[in-house]
Design a protein around this ligand. Structure first.
Ligand code: FE
Ligand code: MN
Length: 360
């Protein structure tokens, strides 16, 4: 079907069929190789919707006051283990956020072909930059020696192990993959599962739980607030990668063999074991209201949710969530207006379109 437009003495013929062909060629992988950013017509509506949600959650570290955190950090009221948790959180995430962003830019966003998938992955990578920047802000506000953060990353074996677990996979995929081959498709599917469900989905949650437990006791309100924003962002990242994996499997049925499902389950088993070891390093002695056993139970609980989310059987099974309040921590909007109002301001500004800065 062709449609022609005559304007003045020029005639333009637009070929609808060709456009429809391009639409049909949209795929998670092996789709039409195009440099155009032809987001419309949308094939992956979820990707565009999530992009909008993520954009509306935009936050900037400098908007969050750190005075109370600094006072507490300098005071003698803080237990050694509480100080250690904050250091481990800053040390681990400083590197981990970068690793996730790097994998998106050099593996995931390179491999996917549909433009709306590249769009949401671009936002995802940017949010990892915001998270990394929030850690820079925490380090400089508290006056932590940045060399010490760097050293933690290399000198604490449980951090090193968590890092190798994901980096070895990401590095191996930086080559020309032949995505018509089942083995290479599975390598990419494994990358999606590893980063979305094992790393961001499970291995981030030990420290999320600890920092937000302190926040719940009114300790570190600034850092806690930034971790709440980060947790909310991560929940969207997990969903982006979950959807990518589910659509990839749907379009490539050869990927989802029983052996491959077993391989992913084993990968999660390893992720959980590494996280539990790491939790014991973050919390070598129990702090007020924080016990390592509870955090380990939480990891079992959360890992099972991630497995079920992609249609895999749980590992632990029947574990109760010891921290039901943690999910509520992500629900920021309700009270946000109340004491700060920043998040809604960003939304308002974008809804108004182009308004001059001085009018806002
Ligand atoms: Fe992040
Ligand atoms: Mn993330």
């Amino acid at each position: 079907m062709e449609k022609s437009y005559t304007i003045g003495d020029k005639t333009f013929v637009l070929d609808q069929a060709k456009a429809e062909e391009a639409f049909a060629a949209k795929q998670v992988i092996n789709g039409k190789d195009t440099m155009f950013f032809n987001i419309l017509p949308l094939k992956y509506q979820w990707a565009y919707d999530l992009y909008k949600v993520m954009k509306n959650n935009h936050w900037e570290p400098e908007d969050i006051p750190m005075q109370k955190d600094v006072e507490l950090w300098r005071s003698s009221e803080l237990a050694d283990v509480e100080r250690w948790i904050i250091k481990m959180a800053i040390g681990y995430f400083s590197a981990a956020e970068g690793i996730v962003g790097d994998n998106i830019q050099h593996v995931t966003r390179e491999v996917v072909t549909a433009p709306e998938l590249k769009l949401v992955l671009g936002r995802h990578a940017h949010e990892e930059n915001i998270h990394a920047d929030s850690l820079v802000y925490m380090i400089s506000s508290l006056g932590i020696n940045p060399h010490e953060c760097e050293a933690m990353f290399e000198d604490i074996p449980t951090i090193e192990k968590k890092t190798n677990f994901v980096v070895s996979n990401s590095r191996a995929l930086r080559r020309d993959m032949d995505l018509t081959q089942t083995a290479d498709k599975q390598a990419f599917a494994k990358n999606l599962f590893l980063f979305g469900q094992c790393m961001e989905g499970t291995q981030f949650y030990g420290l999320f739980g600890m920092v937000l437990s302190l926040y719940r006791q009114n300790k570190f309100p600034g850092i806690g607030q930034m971790f709440r924003y980060t947790l909310r962002d991560e929940s969207n990242h997990i969903e982006v990668f979950r959807n990518l994996l589910m659509d990839l499997i749907e379009e490539n049925e050869d990927v989802w063999t029983p052996e491959f499902r077993e391989e992913l389950t084993d990968l999660m088993r390893e992720a959980v074991a590494l996280e539990k070891e790491f939790i014991r390093d973050c919390l070598p002695v129990n702090a007020v209201g924080l016990s390592a056993d509870e955090f380990c139970q939480y990891i079992d609980y959360i890992a099972d949710r991630r497995l079920e989310g992609v249609g895999l059987k749980p590992i632990a099974g029947g574990v109760e969530n010891p921290f039901p309040w943690l999910a509520e921590m992500m629900d920021i909007k309700k009270e946000q207006n109340f004491f700060e109002g920043r998040v809604t301001e960003y939304q308002k500004a974008s809804a108004l379109g182009s308004v001059d800065d001085d009018e806002l």
